[in-house]
Ligand binder design. Sequence first.
Ligand SMILES: Nc1ncnc2c1ncn2[C@@H]1O[C@H](COP(=O)(O)OP(=O)(O)OP(=O)(O)O)[C@@H](O)[C@H]1O
Ligand SMILES: [Mg+2]
Length: 512
Amino acid sequence: MSHDEVNSGTDEQITLLEMRGIEKRFPGIIALQQVSFGVKAGEVHCLLGQNGAGKSTLIKVLAGVHQPNDGEILLDGRQIRFSSPDDAIKAGIGTMYQELDLVESLTVAQNIFLGHEKSRGGFSSHKAEQVEAAKLLGRLGHQEISPSMEVGELSAAGQQIVSMARALSREVRLIIMDEPSAVLDSEEVRNLFETVRALTASGVAVIYISHRLEEIRVIGDRITVLKDGRAVASNLEVSQTSNGELITHMTGRTISNVFPPVVSLLDGTPDILQVEELVIAPGQEPLSFNVRAGEVLGLAGLVGSGRSEILAAIYGSTKPVSGVVRVEGKKLRPGSAVAAVKAGMGLCPEERKSQALLLDDTLISNFTLASIGRYGTAGFTSGKNEYQVSMEQIGKLELRPADPTREARTLSGGNQQKIVLGRWLSHGCKVLLLDEPTRGVDVGARSEIYQLISELSRAGIAIIVVSSELEEVLGLSHQVLVVSENRIVHRGMAAELSEHQILDLVMEGTTL
Ligand SMILES: Nc1ncnc2c1ncn2[C@@H]1O[C@H](COP(=O)(O)OP(=O)(O)OP(=O)(O)O)[C@@H](O)[C@H]1O
Ligand SMILES: [Mg+2]
């Protein structure tokens, strides 16, 4: 196919980039097979596909991180070959990776200009970088991020913004965004989209990866869908493709009604978790609430509203100023996660990479980690061995590839998230704290996770779910607490709340 044929129909837009017949093999796995698609200047081209479909691998081939085993890449109709990420950057391709690759011990400005420092050494260049970094962050609507801050001190959302500023600090013609919205709240996603629109208006092309179809509707022009390493549909027009069609392309089946029904609790169901007058930081209002056996309590609020801090204080990974947490009436030692785990509490944290996963270890080690904390040894108390338990989890979570001896690092982002969740499921928890349980998880696996949460609640476990997706909070929970600036601004039954009302409450709360 010639360069011109790809453009047929839309003459105003020229094809900037083409990938043809891309193949990428890892030991024992063919991650990409014969993948072809084209990106036009000024368009947002979305890559869709289930966890492990090959999206990140494809963009890493484009970004010069991986060398393809076969296929060609054309930029402006000319064949190119990137032997390193630097080559791709020089050709005007900027990348925001799914697993952020910033240097935590360096400042924001140093990260942004790493590899292309403003000039050689000296005070003035340092100053110039700070000024330039502040400008870039301002352009992205994030003046509050200081260029002199250490990147390690920033939240995942903040780091995502810095990663974007870094990509924009160079002349870019194409910018790749691998699930940027996974760590952003709805306001930040809106900011991101404004930046994307400004970029595309100036002719820059964007490759956008997300599992959220509603985002793709808002920002995308065309879509390429990957399934098991193959492009099952290339260059679809967003406006002419329904969500149903997209889901069918991705999964090969139709998925509807993702939320299992929330079972109502019987009168007299006992409280399992009691949070009494918990003060998380000096000067904050005390928080009190209970979660009953089989109850799902949703915490809704913006990123940074204090939801994760509440979970951390309950779990004991941070020490509260005052207040009491009880599991089945028994008071927990404040600030002791070990005590919490012993009492039957489990936490799936928000940042799986830094907080929850043993990336260099096998899936078996990852699944059995919780029992190490719980029983003081690596042994299981049930009759099953670790391999069997891991295989069961792999089946339940539909992990791919289904090999418990693999290193966690080599699994795709969404599959890593499933491991973190799966770890607690084998451990008979009484209380489960889930922070963004479906972040980076595809539509198919998402309904599996909803099903799992529902089953756990039916089994009598008290569950708290934090999610930035209001639909998820409402769809899973019995009761919802709306949190804004570390305060509970509303409590209500999920069935009596709408997404709109929650948003209003959140907005009101933050302007006070
Ligand atoms: N460095 C690696 N070594 C071995 N296998 C790998 C490596 N990187 C990726 N894979 C495998 O390649 C396949 C595609 O993974 P990839 O990360 O591209 O998926 P993805 O579509 O980005 O998924 P997600 O939505 O979960 O991020 C997976 O089976 C994964 O396990
Ligand atoms: Mg990925």
